[in-house]
Write a protein that binds this ligand. Structure first.
Ligand code: KG4
Ligand code: ZN
Length: 354
């Protein structure tokens, strides 16, 4: 069955055609980086408007790239949760309208679980494994076994890893989106230059994450002991730093932050694998594009005699192929959410840290 997958949960308008949940025939992603860059983060209303303007063209491009026509589509899958509600609604309404017009079933897919499915789509064997989803909105550890859904083993109690990358990049005056910019800046820095806190490494069996202390430690380090000016009544001091940063300092802080957060992510993933008695680990989601994270995981997995896996960047970042892939499973099981399908801002199986 050919499935059209749609994704509009945040700042990427994406459409893909995937055959039998396995063969990616097209995967078109229109990112909105330029639109949100002047604001240093995603502006929900602008995101929703841009999705509405672009979604038809992106779907047409997916058909063009695949050389397929709508008559060959057997079902539609769309991210219906979690995400920015006004952005999700664009994809959900487009999916329902097309399902009605083409007389095919439509299913809503959980965005985080779709990131997990990207591993299978990228060729990971369907055997038990522990997977870490690290994105701009989520940081969750799952025990994935045959069948669906996977079991949540741990999650962030505050910021997501990608959010921490983005916020620290902003403190360092780097371009939006922060993750790739910070990785680039870190390339020229000393990862041991600044000692930063590794949150929640204790107790030794803890599988949840906390990154807000790490982010604040970077802010205090950059302030170098200076106190921010008295805030206006009712206003916080925010991200005031009060001085210019040299490119050397930006590189060193970026490298130290990246090293610290990657160490925590790898430690928790390996720890979860031990607890779940899994021999295979995987990482997916936008932050899984990070080269230092991949290198550190590969090295640690080798020492622990674990096999490790990650998808190519086009399947790590938000995309429609992972949605179509997971959607195929649901459609094959007879699910059809029909016109009742609605957008929901929260995840299906609330992966909240304890
Ligand atoms: O999965 P994704 O595309 O969207 C969400 O579901 O949030 O992930 C986006 C996140 C952003 O926070 C972005 O800064 C981060 O992934 N990211 C990276 C890298 N590439 C993307 N973080 C660190 N290093 C990267 N190379
Ligand atoms: Zn995502």
């Amino acid at each position: 069955m050919m499935v059209l997958g749609l994704e509009t949960s945040c700042d990427e308008t994406a459409a893909a055609l995937v055959e039998d949940g396995r063969w990616v025939r097209s995967n078109v992603i229109a990112s909105q980086f330029d639109l949100h860059a002047p604001f240093g983060g995603v502006v929900p209303e602008l995101a929703a408007r841009a999705h509405a303007e672009r979604i038809t063209g992106v779907i047409e491009a997916a058909f063009g790239e695949a050389g397929l026509s709508p008559g060959e589509v057997g079902g539609i899958a769309v991210v219906s949760r979690p995400g920015l509600i006004s952005a999700l609604l664009v994809g959900v309404n487009a999916a329902k309208a097309l399902a009605l017009a083409w007389e095919v079933p439509v299913v809503g897919v959980d965005h985080i679980e779709a990131h997990l499915y990207a591993l299978l789509l990228a060729g990971m064997a369907e055997e038990p494994h522990v997977a870490l989803v690290v994105s701009g909105g989520h940081t969750c550890l799952y025990h994935v076994r045959p069948g669906w859904p996977p079991e949540v083993l741990g999650a962030t109690t505050d910021d997501a890893a990608g959010e921490a990358f983005d916020k620290v990049a902003k403190l360092l005056g780097l371009a939006y989106p922060g993750g790739p910019a910070l990785e680039k800046a870190a390339g020229g820095g000393d990862p041991q230059a600044v000692r930063l806190p590794r949150g929640r490494l204790e107790p030794a069996d803890d599988l949840d994450f906390s990154f807000s202390g790490l982010k604040t430690a970077v802010l205090y380090h950059l302030r170098g002991g200076q106190s921010p000016p008295s805030p206006a009544p009712g206003r916080a001091t925010g991200t005031w730093i009060g001085r210019e940063l040299s490119s050397r300092e930006v590189a060193d802080v970026a490298a130290s932050f990246q090293e610290t957060i990657c160490e925590v992510l790898v430690e928790k993933l390996v720890r979860a694998a031990r607890q779940a008695k899994a021999r295979r680990v995987a990482v997916c989601g936008g932050v899984a594009c990070n080269g230092r994270l991949r290198a550190m995981l590969a090295e640690r997995a080798r020492r622990e005699e674990l096999s490790c896996f990650w998808p190519p960047p086009s399947l790590c970042v938000d995309n429609g192929a992972m949605v179509a892939g997971l959607g195929f499973r649901l459609l094959s099981a007879g699910q059809d959410d029909g016109l009742e399908l609605d957008a929901v801002p929260t995840p299906l199986r609330a992966p909240v840290g304890r």
